[in-house]
Design a protein around this ligand. Sequence first.
Ligand code: NDP
Length: 251
Amino acid sequence: MLKGRTIMVTGASSGIGEAAARLLAAEGAAVVLMARREDRLREVAGSIEDDGGRAAVCVGDVRSPADVEGAVSTAVDTFGSLDGAFNNAGWGTVGPPLHEMDDADYDRMMDVNVRGVWNCLRKQIPVMLTQGSGGSIVNTSSTAGLFATGASAPYVAAKHAVAGLTKAAAAQYGAQGIRVNALMVGSTRTELMEAAMQEVPQLDKYAVARAIQQRLADPQEIAQAVVWLCSDRSSFVTGASVPVDGGCSAV
Ligand code: NDP
């Protein structure tokens, strides 16, 4: 489905990003994997290559425009183009009520989740415009980008901002064939979710009760939506906030 495309994935060292990178590669895309943990990225890239796929590693922090530019250049230099992106790196906590939170937590949450996506859009879109063949960008938001889920206030604000950036970018570059969509991800079994469950042990039960499907997602289920949005099968979908949340935003 994605043969001949090069797709950059941030947060590819674990969880949803890792699952998406593996599935995108299995569907034929060459993938550029970005995150901070080099050993984990090399492990993921190695196993993609063992399965016959193509992957390049770019160690970096999405808060750094230079690191993001490095990943975009890796795509073009190694595979010849940048046709899509899954801007997924993120960090969040449940945290105390906002008046008890540190400013440093607010700054970090905004930097990783919002500035990270901002940096990616600002480096990826010029390359796609120059190539002239459009592209598909998927940004990871959350059900916390739709309503106050119980996650910390800065996380809820950051994920709403990701949905806003997505709509604005979709509107500005639609005419050039660049589609930009956000995934409103529901509770998914990953390292981030495990850390949140350690913070708040009753979170597991709460998350299960919120979902119509009465369970958490497997990262693979989110990855399927990423592949669809990166492919031409979603050709008339842009500027959308697509829920993949077991129905929790419907009730
Ligand atoms: P993980 O903790 O498994 O993955 C987070 C990824 O982001 C890791 O690969 C991590 O890699 C990377 N990352 C974090 N900070 C940075 C940074 N500054 N620069 C580059 N990479 C970074 O969690 P998930 O897979 O769950 O999270 C992926 C996305 O999904 C996040 O945006 C999260 O907010 C969102 N989400 C998750 C939900 C869930 O229930 N799990 C629900 C809704 C949204 P490294 O540490 O190597 O840098």
